[in-house]
Design a protein around this ligand. Structure first.
Ligand code: FAD
Ligand code: DHB
Length: 397
């Protein structure tokens, strides 16, 4: 088998790259380890930056997003001493003239798979699910080969001009590219739930509370998405639904705020880490998305970075296939400027909002000072708004 670009992984990065390449007249084949229904049900991110929404619109992928996505003009930060806890609104529209859209990552994935199929991609030809034993060779040549086993156990060889490693944090591509990673792990995790309960607040609430951080988000007029800071080794089974609602009630409490409870549809624990692989390219193998970098979820950046990488990569691969190497040679540098901005923002939001068990009195006072500054200084709030809503695609600084 032959194609121009072999794409490993059908997450947002891999599927969007395949779609953008098709728009540039470049053929690709996507190889995914999981089933189609698994990737379409996997509950993860929910916040789309302004440039992500713009790109999905320009790529003809936003019909359902424009109908069902929930545009937000800002976020709420909730904090304060007992008895003085209150909401502080960060008004993105006022501060930077743009907002964000809440739309589940699995909905983006469903839309992307549907668009590939509507475009003529066939399952078992351009889109493969449940593949295993992927082996990549020849990345230093201009004709790499990707061998894989399909769902029926048949072995195939795919010859291509370039390989895109879009296989996420646990994928096989990163070790083939990056000799080192730069990392930080955080001393806590997030317990996330999806609940059949109507949202009662029109905005996302980031709540700093002595018991730990809590986040109030949503997916639709009927579904709430909620997160709690928990110890890193937490077994989700140790949190009954009643315990979760009780703790959410405590950490999200504020005057005039009511939390609707309802059946818990999904429950999971997410580790919190920062990781950057450098470089993002070796020969004809390019990394994109979580395969190349991880951020803690507090800044809602992970999926948006994946989208920003492939927005750059699609053009770089198109040029490379025409013999122009410049954008491919600049790929790592172009992407890492945005990645490090997002790494800093995500670390900053995480540090400002969570409870650190080993914090000294001095650390706590600094955190309070930072929260107070962020909500009272227009300059500080503008910085949050600029980062949260997203920088235009391409190099950031
Ligand atoms: P993935 O979505 O991980 O896709 C990689 C794909 O590769 C997977 O389908 C996997 O099955 C496949 N794969 C892996 N190994 C192989 C292999 N060997 N062979 C073939 N296929 C393979 N980001 C945001 O922007 N906003 C948010 O609000 C946000 N919230 C989050 C909340 C949670 C609870 C979590 C867990 C994450 C959140 N993120 C958020 C991060 C976001 O979900 C990820 O950054 C995003 O999924 C990255 O997309 P990707 O395509 O790079 O990787
Ligand atoms: C969601 C996830 C995040 O990490 C975040 O910062 C905001 C919202 C969400 O899943 O809705």
């Amino acid at each position: 088998m032959r194609t121009q670009v072999a794409i490993i992984g059908a997450g947002p990065a891999g599927l969007l790259l395949s779609h953008l390449l098709a728009g540039e007249g470049v053929d690709s084949v996507v190889l995914e380890a999981r089933s189609r229904s698994y990737i379409e049900q996997r509950v993860r991110a929910g916040v789309l930056e302004h440039p992500t929404v713009q790109l999905l619109r320009e790529a003809g992928l936003a019909d359902r997003l424009d109908r069902e996505g929930m545009p937000h003009a800002g976020i709420t930060l909730r904090f304060g001493e007992p008895g003085e806890r209150r909401d502080h609104h960060i008004d993105f529209h006022d501060l930077v003239g743009r907002g964000i859209t809440v739309y589940g990552q699995q909905e983006v994935v469903k839309d992307l798979v549907a668009a590939r199929i509507a475009d003529g991609a066939e399952i078992g030809a351009q889109l493969w699910f449940e593949v295993s034993e992927i082996a990549i060779s020849g990345i230093e040549s201009d004709a790499p080969v990707v061998a894989f086993t399909d769902a029926e156990g048949r072995r195939h060889e795919l010859t291509c001009a370039a390989v895109a490693g879009c296989d996420g944090y646990h994928g096989i591509c990163r070790p083939l590219v990056a000799p080192r990673t730069i990392e930080r792990t955080y001393p806590f995790a997030w317990l996330g739930i999806l609940a059949k309960a109507a949202p009662t607040h029109h905005e996302l609430v980031y709540s700093h509370h002595p018991n730990g951080f809590a986040l109030y988000s949503m997916r639709s007029p009927e579904i709430t998405r909620l997160y709690l800071q928990v110890p890193p080794d937490t077994d989700p089974a140790s949190w009954s639904d009643a315990r979760i609602w009780d703790e959410l009630g405590t950490r999200l409490a504020a005057e005039g705020f009511h939390l609707n409870e309802g059946p818990v549809l999904e429950k999971g624990v997410t580790a919190m880490r920062s990781m950057v692989a450098e470089p993002m390219r070796r020969g004809r193998l390019f990394l994109a998305g979580d395969a190349a970098h991880i951020v803690p979820p507090t800044g809602a950046k992970g999926m948006n970075l994946a989208v920003a990488d492939v927005a750059v990569l699609a053009g770089a691969l198109r040029d490379l296939l025409r013999g122009d190497h410049r954008a491919a040679d600049a790929y790592t540098r172009t992407c890492l400027s945005r990645v490090w901005r997002a790494e800093h923002f995500s670390w900053w939001m995480t540090s400002m909002l969570h409870i650190f068990d080993d914090a000294t009195e001095f650390d706590r006072r600094l955190q309070q000072a930072q929260l107070a500054y962020t909500v009272s200084s227009r300059a500080a709030a503008t910085s949050l708004a600029e980062n949260y809503t997203g920088f235009p695609h391409g190099a950031v600084l």
